[in-house]
Design a protein around this ligand. Structure first.
Ligand SMILES: NC(=O)c1ccc[n+]([C@@H]2O[C@H](COP(=O)([O-])OP(=O)(O)OC[C@H]3O[C@@H](n4cnc5c(N)ncnc54)[C@H](O)[C@@H]3O)[C@@H](O)[C@H]2O)c1
Length: 395
């Protein structure tokens, strides 16, 4: 398929590297950028047929089949509405909107226009992540109780991210969108997020928005999703996830210290990895960054789904739910209270009954704990189902 990319900055280049790598068949044929030099350089680097300074020209070009939005957050709505008007399939980077109101407008526009729309949440497509989700779906860690997702780095690379009006917020909107969607995937997207408690502060940078935040998202089945986001972290980009279930645990480390360590005096002066703060000393390079960050699997899912006429794994509806959760996080950071997640159009499960919360030991008891002690004795701690009495015995 022929793609028009809107924007020629940081993420547009990651997308182009992913799409044009490994002999892929879907390719970018034109770029829109407001900056003549960047547009021409981008077109030359990726051997594109056209470049333009007119967004509508890129979207409505007769050869454009799919539009890839790689513009700052405040331009996503305008670009999506233009795609809906032109009836062109659209893939939009994260976050979908600066808030849920914008995201809902985009969702309604693509649904009313009947066009394919994909939400480019790359971190829900990394090979490690896809395998973790499959393990959870197969029942390997039981009922998911708690998820934790962290994205922290020393701060973004362009002016507009630091301008609250253009970005919609600081670390919460920029990085929290990843962490929240990671948590939703682990807990189950059909489970309704109910409320959010969030701490946020501006600890280091002279900006209006928060540069550090920690939040808890409470779900209808009792699970809790924690996010930890920061633009104040020193030492590179830290992407880590944890899942705790009744039958198991998953720990993922996606970027720093993933098994590739190198020392250099810095003589080569090379690029190391996204947000690396140094290119000398002990370093943690990343083999194929695009792959480790999920871009190739993400685009494969998007284009396969488009061809099959089915929704992709990550949809505009998901983007809207993420924005709704983040809206509650912003409000909670202000009020210092749990704040409800307001969703106009919930499409998942209405009620989420937990069928077997406690583990039966026998007809009369629940099993609280079983442990083999250093003496070799296997000890049981039980609770009587009627009297509530807690007792222990050897097995
Ligand atoms: N992991 C990810 O999925 C990921 C990573 C980085 C960025 N992003 C997202 O990608 C989008 C772009 O971020 P980026 O890092 O590429 O930013 P960037 O600043 O590197 O690039 C932005 C591009 O938009 C253009 N632009 C800026 N202001 C404009 C305006 N007013 N009108 C028209 N064009 C304008 C710039 O010239 C540039 O080509 C953001 O929504 C960001 O959240 C996603």
């Amino acid at each position: 398929m022929k793609i028009a990319v809107l924007g020629s900055g940081f993420i547009a280049r990651f997308y182009a590297e992913s799409l044009h790598a490994q002999r892929r068949k879907d390719y970018i044929h034109m770029v829109y950028s407001r900056n003549r030099v960047n547009a021409a350089k981008f077109a030359e680097d990726y051997q594109l047929s056209f470049f333009t300074f007119d967004m509508w020209e890129a979207i409505s070009h007769p050869e454009t089949e799919v539009v890839l939005i790689a513009l700052p957050n405040h331009l996503h709505l305008e670009a999506v509405l233009a795609c809906a008007k032109a009836k062109k399939a659209v893939l939009c980077t994260k976050p979908l909107g600066r808030n849920a109101k914008e995201a809902k407008e985009m969702l309604d526009a693509v649904e009313d226009a009947g066009i394919f729309a994909g939400y480019l949440e790359d971190l829900c497509y990394t090979p490690k992540f896809l395998k973790s989700v499959k393990s959870i779906e197969d029942g390997n860690i039981g009922r998911v109780l708690w998820t934790k997702s962290r994205e922290t780095h020393p701060g973004p690379h362009s002016d507009w991210f630091w301008d609250k009006e253009k970005s919609g917020g600081g670390a919460i909107i920029d990085l929290g969108c990843h962490c929240v969607e990671i948590g939703r995937n682990f807990i189950g997207k059909e489970i309704r997020p109910l409320e959010v408690m969030c701490w946020a502060d501006t600890q280091v940078h002279p900006i209006e928005a928060e540069d550090h935040a920690i939040g808890l998202v409470k779900y209808n089945n009792g699970a809790i999703g924690q996010f930890e986001v920061s633009w104040t972290f020193r030492g590179g980009m830290d992407l880590r996830d944890e899942v705790m279930g009744t039958e198991g645990t998953i720990w993922l480390n996606s970027f720093l210290r993933t098994g590739f360590e190198m020392f250099t005096t810095g003589k080569g002066n090379s690029y190391v990895a996204e947000k690396a703060e140094s290119n000398s000393g002990w370093l943690f390079p990343v083999g194929d960054e695009a792959h480790e960050l999920g871009y190739p699997h993400m685009f494969t899912d998007m284009f396969d789904s488009m061809e099959k006429g089915i929704p992709p794994r990550e949809t505009f509806y998901d983007g809207y739910i993420v924005n709704a959760i983040l809206d509650a996080a912003f409000l909670s950071a202000k009020t210092k209270k749990w704040e409800a997640v307001i969703i106009e159009d919930w499409r998942g499960e209405q009620a989420s009954a937990i069928s077997e919360k406690f583990q039966d030991f026998d007809e009369y008891h629940f099993l609280i704990k079983k442990e083999i002690l250093p003496s070799g004795v296997s000890k049981l701690i039980l609770k009587h189902k009627i009297t509530g009495e807690v007792t222990q015995r050897e097995e």
